[in-house]
Write a protein that binds this ligand. Structure first.
Ligand SMILES: [Zn+2]
Ligand SMILES: [Zn+2]
Length: 194
């Protein structure tokens, strides 16, 4: 008997997925959270395809987000569930087959013999919090300094508002993103083949 990952892959006809998790960990250095998301999206995509749904680019990713993301409204989540159900997808069974990053870690360590070490706690949410905390402080300080300047004779301005945005360029493919958008979409994706 394998772990949950192997059981789910066997029952859903995804025989190569357990090894692909290992490859992503070893070759691309994906975090356990990345792998959790990747695995669960694959499970969802398999269930949708099995029900005869045609998957557009990024669709499984989007539906997965609608089903699991804390920031999604109840209405949007219900709508996504209803749409899947109407198409013949057993949504509860899919959700039961989702794994946690702990399960991914156990699979890597005990089934595949990959040392997972200490996982740093960085994820998209923590990066967003760090960056926007910094931006907020930088905006406040810049605003204050410009306002001080506006009180001098040599510079004229009304009340000012400063807003910072971060552009992130992937040097591998040259694609440029707003930081939030890049975090939301789970990275650039240009190094992934599928
Ligand atoms: Zn396993
Ligand atoms: Zn890229």
């Amino acid at each position: 008997m394998g772990c949950k990952i192997e059981t789910v892959c066997a029952s859903r006809g995804m025989p190569t997925l357990p090894d692909r998790l290992v490859d992503r960990r070893v070759d691309a250095g994906d975090s356990l959270r990345d792998l959790e998301r990747f695995f669960n999206r694959e499970v969802l995509a398999a269930a949708m395809r099995d029900a005869g749904m045609e998957l557009l680019e990024g669709e499984a990713e989007n539906v997965h987000r609608l089903l699991t993301d804390e920031d999604v409204s109840d209405a949007a989540r219900t709508e996504a569930r209803d749409r899947l159900r109407r198409a013949g997808v057993d949504v509860d069974a899919v959700r039961d087959d989702f794994v946690t990053y702990g399960t991914v870690r156990t699979h890597l360590r005990e089934c595949a013999g990959v040392e997972t070490g200490r996982e740093s706690s960085v994820d998209a949410a923590s990066v967003r919090d760090t960056a926007f905390g910094l931006f907020g402080r930088a905006e406040a300080i810049t605003e204050r300094e410009v306002s001080r300047l506006a009180e001098t004779e040599s510079f004229d301005a009304g009340d000012v508002t400063v807003s910072l945005t971060a552009r992130v360029t992937c040097e591998t493919c040259g694609e440029e993103y707003g930081l939030l958008r890049l975090l939301d979409r789970g990275g650039c994706g240009c190094r992934r083949e599928d």
